[in-house]
Design a protein around this ligand. Sequence first.
Ligand SMILES: [Ca+2]
Ligand SMILES: [Ca+2]
Ligand SMILES: [Ca+2]
Length: 428
Amino acid sequence: MSPLIQALVALACCSACSEPRAASRAALPADTEAAEGSDAAAQSDLDTAADAPSPPVALRVATFNTSLFRGSAGQLARDLAGGNDTQARAVAETLQRVRPDIVLLNEFDWDAEGLAARTFAEDYLAVSQNGAEPLAFGYRYVPSTNTGIHSGIDLNRDGVIDLNPGSPDYGNDALGYGLFPGQYGMVVFSRYPISLGKVRTFQTLRWAELPQNLQPVDWYGAEAVALMRLSSKNHADIPIEVNGRALHLLVSHPTPPSFDGTEDRNGRRNHDEIRFWSDYLTGGDEAAGWLRDDNDLRGGLAPDAPFVILGDLNSDPADGDSRREAIVSLLAHPRLQDPRPESDGGAFAAGADGRANATHRGDPRQDTADFSDGAVGNLRIDYALPSANLTLRGSGVFWPAPGAPSAELAGVSDHHLVWVDVTMGAEE
Ligand SMILES: [Ca+2]
Ligand SMILES: [Ca+2]
Ligand SMILES: [Ca+2]
């Protein structure tokens, strides 16, 4: 498939792949079927290419919680129109300075047409910001999200049901917290083709299906347990075609372990959303037999498949109030390597902010998020974790200290971009 056709396929599929509720494969619109047919052709090319030696490929892969969310549906796309949104320009400049080949953006509002993502690509990334070199990503994918899809019931058990988007009462009873369908969504941009027909999403997987889950079933009650989904946004396995081989992006944005009561429903859900990935990597019937994607395919990631876990996982392995066992276990998973990316800005901020930071056990150089310091402090919660079979060449957190180049970009979001440099060798 030519790059042009691949680009057209990627763009044609954006809206079809972005429905708020996952559709069954049989129910997908015609243009998606065409896209999948084209992708099948790409796969046969890929199989053929696997026989021929191909050179190692150096990749910079990044994750960034951009805080590009708004209060109502369509507002982000409207704000981005014209290319002059100050916040989006700073996010774009950050990406132009770091120059990832592949990046996941968290907290980027979903819309049905993928309009915000397209506008960001065309009117921000592809335009020089503050003298930085433009970035041209030929491919993008906007996963659908559970945020802001109302459950129809009083999910947070406060006695209030508001079916009108826009209020916290609405958001609190949604399948993932959000004031409207799509708030706090995500988008992947890539210089390499995205194998859209092979993307696996786990948006509709029910929390109750996870063996030994921590769901507070007595607190929720039977009606809520029957419909509660595990993923607060989506968990997606997005294969990127890199010179004939597939690199799997494993993306998610587990719920913050806060904004709840003694039942700790969000802390428990955060734990289980992260545990999902340990089971997905372990694979096999025993660990991953329970995993069923939105197209009813069962099981985890194929053994030896190269991957990078990306996203704001909302859990620090040493500090904060999450149930840390899940992230500690994931970081120790034998299939991945933890580069422990660092920044000077994180070390500086912990000292300057003080208070809760002074009690932290984790190395502040590894912090990725700058939270209020009365209770939480700065945490390591954003991750780019490559598989052990990728060659790690470097990593970092883009958090410049005061006085360093681009220091003015440090405040664009309460999170900081995390990047890893890996080489996909011929052996993967
Ligand atoms: Ca409620
Ligand atoms: Ca802080
Ligand atoms: Ca810290």
